[in-house]
Design a binder for this molecule. Structure first.
Ligand SMILES: NC(=O)c1ccc[n+]([C@@H]2O[C@H](COP(=O)([O-])OP(=O)(O)OC[C@H]3O[C@@H](n4cnc5c(N)ncnc54)[C@H](O)[C@@H]3O)[C@@H](O)[C@H]2O)c1
Length: 337
């Protein structure tokens, strides 16, 4: 049975943040000047669990920091320009990475690999040097490859702790709850959906059969809902018409996940949410990163939950997910090897 706090974590809340006893926690955002980075920095400034906010970008971070620093919450804010990465990382407990280029219409997340792989690798190398104990939350796409890149870079530096590297898949969870609420005429608070696998197209596997509202969705409506959860990002890319991909909903999702990590670090029990981590669940198939429900705690990953009972349709989705996910992970690893 799930504890009350676990249920609270799984439930899309009308409040973005919940907090327990505050302690000193410095959070760094790498890519803070971007479409995601700016609203994410603002939301983190509003999180009572963040006591110090360190904003870094190769462009524009000091300006974003000056702006955000006027918000009347307790945390101090500092901005760092391109040649001050090490200072930005000093003492950071949580490092969120939305640095890199976003998609344009017609692009897959994998099309971003060539640019973003080296950005993420170089940032991870700096984290390994300056803040080797930090928890790293990777937003930059393709997440299925960038998380293995971060892990392999830390491993090379001899500081990889699998409990502290997370791919942020929260936007898929947020979308699933919102889209299911829309067709169920319910509140998103009542329609949480566990989403497993990875973060792109067919690798995104929503477990609607485990949701009380979701299991009632069948036939064409089921197929349409699954498709929308898997390819919801394309709706935004298309609507923005060349101006980028999801930034505001992603900032919301990133801040929500960061808050979950911070609550876990603060000792709150029962904080459970899907995230893409080094995982034993499909390691026997050569897939050593996978998103499933993960309990967060004082050490980062506390417990990786099994996927539980799934329907025949979900078995098929998983079958389609695994080979693609494996390819994406191997591509990331090969980049650092
Ligand atoms: N995980 C998800 O669910 C999800 C959702 C949406 C977008 N994304 C990804 O997030 C990334 C950022 O998207 P965006 O819309 O904010 O893009 P953006 O272009 O608006 O912002 C990216 C920022 O990264 C900065 N940057 C580039 N190289 C850097 C470096 N070496 N160090 C520090 N900063 C650097 C840029 O200067 C820019 O300010 C993209 O890769 C996008 O695909 C992920």
């Amino acid at each position: 049975m799930l504890s009350r706090s676990a249920l609270r974590t799984l439930t899309p809340s009308s409040r973005l943040f919940s907090s327990s006893a505050p302690r000193q926690t410095k959070v760094a955002v790498l890519g803070a000047g971007g479409g995601i980075g700016q609203p994410l920095s603002l939301l983190l400034k509003s999180d009572p669990l963040v006591t110090s906010l360190s904003l870094y970008d190769i462009r524009g971070a000091p300006g974003v920091a000056a702006d955000v620093s006027h918000v009347d919450t307790g945390s101090e804010v500092n901005g760092y320009a391109a040649d001050h990465l090490d200072e930005a990382l000093q003492g950071a407990k949580v490092i969120v990475i939305p640095a890199g280029v976003p998609r344009k219409p017609g692009m897959t997340r994998d099309d971003l690999f060539n640019t973003n792989a080296s950005i993420v690798r170089d940032l991870a190398a700096a984290v390994a040097r300056v803040a080797p104990d930090a928890n790293i939350l990777v937003i930059s796409n393709p997440v299925n490859s960038t998380v293995p890149i971060v892990a392999a870079t830390l491993e090379k530096a001899g500081v990889f702790d699998p409990k502290r590297v997370f791919g942020v898949t929260t936007l898929d969870v947020v979308r699933a709850a919102r889209f299911l609420a829309g067709i169920s005429n319910a509140s998103p608070n009542d329609t949480p959906v566990t989403v497993i696998g990875g973060h792109s197209g067919a690798t995104i596997v929503p477990l609607l059969s485990q949701s009380s509202y979701g299991k009632g969705v069948t036939g064409d409506a089921y197929a349409a809902l699954v498709n929308r959860i898997q390819f919801g990002g394309d709706e935004v890319v298309k609507a923005k018409d060349g101006a980028g991909s999801a930034t505001l909903s992603m900032a919301y999702a990133g801040a929500k996940f960061a808050n979950a990590v911070l609550r876990g670090l603060n000792g709150e029990k029962g904080v459970v949410t899907p995230t893409f981590v080094k995982s034993p669940l499909f390691a026997d198939k050569g897939i050593d990163f996978f998103s499933s429900n993960v309990e967060l705690g004082v050490n980062g990953v506390e417990k990786i939950h099994p996927i539980g009972q799934i329907s025949a349709e979900e078995e098929k989705l998983l079958e389609a997910c695994l080979p693609e996910l494996k390819k994406n992970i191997e591509k990331g690893k090969a980049f650092v090897a």
